[in-house]
Design a binder for this molecule. Structure first.
Ligand code: SF4
Ligand code: SF4
Length: 510
């Protein structure tokens, strides 16, 4: 098991709702962004002297621009339905990690300065002055929210804590109090085109290596093209797909599917990142700048379709916002959705009988599937409600013989977060990441014990990276998390692919 400087929760059969313990996570705050990271995004380099007035001005500005925020701040009736729905509360016992407790950190200040009762009778309505302590508390607890939106599913008023968390982070950024991890990454995208700061030659080198590997494995010349003008499809995928495990195995799978479909496709150095951390910090301007790179790449390359690889929040930004951020996409082929998810693409081919599989290639595994929050609760796939749940499972079942779902209270719309989403996937937040994974780890442990599950598949780069790190804390192996298109890659039979029999014959001839 990985070393931890904090108590790792013990896995039980069920996650019990804990007694409240005040302040258990008050010590945890992510590293603060350096001036260069902030200014690259258009924010002040460091906390401004007049932060108090600027925070209140920004709050007013956001309330006037986003009607939803105003409604969320006013509508809560303290019914308590959300209190036990957050994975961070369930695993840390800290009441400020309850969704309503988290919301109240901002709501108290809103009430103090913006409501009659809060101005004259603050003690009656829980209104609170804005102090430096408040600001630090926001910084700590709004970076212990993965913006997973699970709580909003259970709130009778549909209050979305994720949007309050995004607003709080936007306010903090606006006064120069940004988070290092998110802001550094967004600056890299503005500069190089991807979260990792990978330059074009490094991406090209990786793709050439993949072509060689796939040729050695199959005897088929599958291409992984970069910046090819006139290709039909632009694939926009998380940069983790270029090198991280198990992400890269998914990228290998996308290439095999495109090859077998007989379509021309390309990746782009300009849009070498599907992720859009602008959403995590609530910054429309930064989200737009990142999204515009995709439009620019599509125009420069003259593609007809845009397909997104496996990335949860990227699919949310793409599905929900891409047209308003960077549209219109009237230069693309109108016969296809803009954008399309790689699972939709593969599923369509499976439905048409255009792909051949040897499902036994995955017989060494019994699979389950982790629904990623942003896909599950903020998007759809295909043309039927629930397609975002059904299509990835249909793809897995088409390529694997052994599949089992986890407890239905922990999947689909009610899925539990991996614990590392929303800009929390950084080592300085490892404690909340490991603890927040508890409900998912519990459900996984149960199907491992009861159903013989060996691996969990996911279609999100963040989930894959998070599970790779946290599985060992719970006594499991890091390679128990796999990409959905890794399973496709294992099972697909490419036209002209060399078989085991071919290899035996070659050995005999030698
Ligand atoms: S959005 Fe998710 S992480 Fe944030 S408070 Fe709600 S359940 Fe918790
Ligand atoms: S469920 Fe909604 S209304 Fe009830 S306490 Fe939570 S946020 Fe407030």
């Amino acid at each position: 098991m990985a070393k931890a400087e904090f108590d790792v929760p013990e896995l039980q059969e069920y996650v019990e709702v804990p007694e409240l313990v005040e302040g258990t996570m008050a010590h945890l705050s992510p590293f603060v962004a350096k001036p260069d990271h902030n200014t690259a995004l258009g924010f002040p380099g460091e906390l401004v002297d007049d932060w108090h007035d600027k925070v209140l001005d920004k709050l007013d500005d956001l309330r006037s621009r986003y009607r939803s925020l105003q409604v969320y701040l006013d509508a809560c009736v303290k019914c308590g339905a959300c209190t036990d729905k957050c994975h961070y509360y369930l695993s840390t016992k800290d009441p400020k990690n309850m969704p309503v407790g988290r919301q109240d950190l901002l709501r108290k200040v809103y009430r103090r300065y913006n409501t009659f009762a809060g101005k004259y009778f603050p003690w009656l309505v829980g209104a609170k002055d804005l102090t430096r302590e408040t600001l630090d508390e926001w910084y700590s607890y709004y970076h212990q929210c993965s913006q997973c939106r699970r709580c909003s599913v259970f709130c009778p008023y549909g209050i979305d804590t994720a949007e309050i968390s995004m607003a709080a982070r936007e306010i903090l950024d606006s006064v120069g109090y940004g988070q290092k991890y998110c802001n550094e990454i967004i600056a890299k995208v503005h500069d190089k085109g991807n979260n990792l700061g990978l330059p074009g030659p490094a991406i090209l080198d990786t793709l050439e290596g993949l072509e060689e590997d796939v040729f050695d494995e199959t005897g088929v010349e599958v291409k992984y093209p970069l910046d090819v003008k006139g290709a039909e499809i632009l694939l926009v995928t998380p940069s983790a797909d270029f090198f991280a495990e198990p992400h890269v195995d998914g990228l290998i799978g996308y290439g095999k599917v495109f090859h077998e479909a007989g379509v021309s496709w390309t990746l782009s150095t300009t849009a070498s990142e599907a992720g859009n951390f602008g959403m995590f910090i609530g910054s429309y301007e930064n989200m737009r700048r990142v999204a515009l790179r995709i439009r620019q790449a599509a125009l420069e390359l003259g593609v007809k379709r845009i397909v997104f690889g496996e990335c949860g929040h990227a699919w949310r930004v793409a599905y929900s916002f891409l047209n308003t951020l960077a549209g219109p996409f009237d230069f693309l082929d109108p016969r296809y959705p803009v954008p399309q998810h790689i699972c939709e693409f593969t599923y369509d081919l499976i439905q048409q009988g255009k792909l051949k599989f040897d499902k036994s290639a995955n017989d060494d595994m019994t699979l389950t599937f982790h629904d990623s929050c942003n896909v599950a609760r903020a998007t759809r796939m295909g043309d039927k409600p629930g397609g975002q749940f059904d299509i990835p499972r249909a793809v897995i079942k088409a390529v694997c013989n052994n599949y089992v779902d986890m407890d239905h209270e922990t999947i689909g719309e009610k899925t539990f977060c991996c614990g590392g989403g929303g800009g929390l996937l950084t080592d300085d937040l490892m404690e909340v990441r490991v603890k927040g994974a508890l409900p998912r780890m519990t459900a996984l442990q149960n199907v491992i014990k009861d159903e013989g599950v060996t691996h969990m598949a996911a279609i999100c780069a963040i989930c894959k990276s998070q599970f790779t790190k946290v599985l060992p804390y719970y006594g499991m192996d890091m390679d128990q998390i796999v990409s959905v298109h890794q399973l496709v890659s294992n099972a697909i039979i490419l036209t002209g692919q060399k078989t085991d029999e071919d290899e035996t014959d070659a050995d005999d001839d030698a």
